[in-house]
Every structure is written in structure tokens, then in C-alpha cells.
Design a protein around this ligand. Sequence first.
Ligand code: ZN
Length: 312
Amino acid sequence: MGLGIGLLGFQTTIAHSVTLSGTGVHSGAEVAITFHPAEADSGIVFQRVVGEQAISEFKAVSSQVGNTDLCTILGFSPATSIATIEHVMAAIYALGLDNLLIEVHGAEMPIMDGSSAPFIEAIEQTGIKALATKRRYIRILKPVRIESGASWSEFTPYDGMRFEVEIDFDCPLIGRQAWKGDITPSVFKTELSRARTFGFMRDVERMWAAGRGLGSSLENSVVIADDNTVINMEGLRYKDEFVRHKTLDAVGDLALAGAPFIGCYRSYRGGHKMNANALKALMSDPTAYEIVETATQRQRSAPREVIAVSAP
Ligand SMILES: [Zn+2]
């Protein structure tokens, strides 16, 4: 088990810096990122670096999000913004990391294998360290719901950090799928972190024609052909990999709250935009949540545990 139950409720960072590199899914360019330890109360900060020079810096909070059309982008100008942060943020949030400086040599995160697993591995390799400052949580006090056509999502009070995500696609291969569970580092790691991004062949071709998704390939996406088959040779990693990836995305999107929430987040036919709007709706109603320093009185329902990680 973890570093000890006594560390529950304290902020964390990583033990040492760790670097990852790979392809950017939108640009197709090679990008390298380095996670650095950071002080308490600094939050998750992304820094875009050219050569030795930092050209922009963004705290990973919803007010810094410029666009969520294809992926989540921090910043408002393509020259300085940082794209495709959602799978990295999901790993960071699920592992209970509060403070991190992420140096980005490029305009977006590397897509790696299209899941959060490589980021989890990198963080576990270096290890998680508790800091002396208390963590703050966002405790949901009353339901907040948004709707858009047939889609909806809502926050409700709950003693833990719970996600209930349901998707419903016309495509029979996906159809209706649901994932429900309390997010802990081990649940996220085993049940969600390996779920890859997915798309339809017709959309991939359209994106390529528009000069987007240039780094997208079978190495980093599950691709569904129009006859409703997965064309990746290796098949699916989970029978219901699609909804698991949607849940992973939701974890990454809600990470932009800037602190762990204590509550249940449900969504039906949602996506990045709906997750972002739900977070906005929650934040704009100060009677719907409170900021607390203690997750819960009862240990067993604590939404976070400091995971067992050892430096190499
Ligand atoms: Zn995704």
C-alpha cells in the first residue's frame, strides 16, 4: 500500500524530474515533455519552451482553456498555446498529484499510445512525494446539472470521487456502454488508464484532408472502419474500451477544477465540451460547493490514497 495513511490530505509532487517524448497527434511533430517537482500551492503548470526559453506558461485550470473542439488546449494563441493536455491531466489527477511543472518542447503533448498509461508509468517511475501543506478539496453540496439536446451531465454530493459515464453511439460496435466507479489511483490505473482514444475511419480521412490529426495512427488510436470493425490488428484492450476512454477524458477535463472534487460526476453522451461546461456551471454557483481541507471524516471513503511508488 501507499506511503502511509498519515499523508492523506497533504499536497504532493513528484520525487525527481522525468522526461517523455513522442508524436503530437495534431501536428505529427516529435515533442518532448519533462515533469519537474514543484512547490506546494503552485498547482499543475505547463510551460512551452523553445530552445532554453520559456515562451508561455499556463496553470492547468479551466479559465486558461482556449478551445475544446478536438482536444483541450491551454492558451488562446496557437503561437504560444499547449494542446492535447487531457490524457496527461487525467493521469495527474487520478494519481493525486497537486503540484508539477511540465516543460513542453512543442505545441502539444505527445499522444504516446492514445491512453494515459505511459504518463502513469513515468510518474510511478520517479515516485510521488508528500509535501507539508494541506490539500484543498472541492466538496459538492448540491446537484448541478446541464443539458444539451439528448446529452446531459451533473454533479451530485457523494462521499468520494465518483464517475458514472454513459455513451450511446449509433454504431453497433459501440452502442450503449457505461462505466461507474470511485476513482482511486489503483482503480484508474487498472480500469481506465489503458483505454485509448478512438475514431471512425471516415473522420480520420476527413481530418487528414484538412491537415489535422497528422500524427494520428493505429499506434495511438482505435480506428473503426465503416463496416463496424476495429481495424487495429491487436483489437481492443478492454471489451468496453470506448466508454472507459470517455471516462478517462472526463477525469482529465475535471482535473481543470484545480483541486480534487468530492462528489459524483455523471454524464450521458458527453464529451470535452460538456465536461468543460459542467465544470463552468459548478464554479459559477458558489452555493453548490465548498472548499475544504479534509476530504472526509471516515478513512475508508477518502477519495484519494497516496499510491505505492518507489524511486528506481
Ligand atoms: Zn481522449
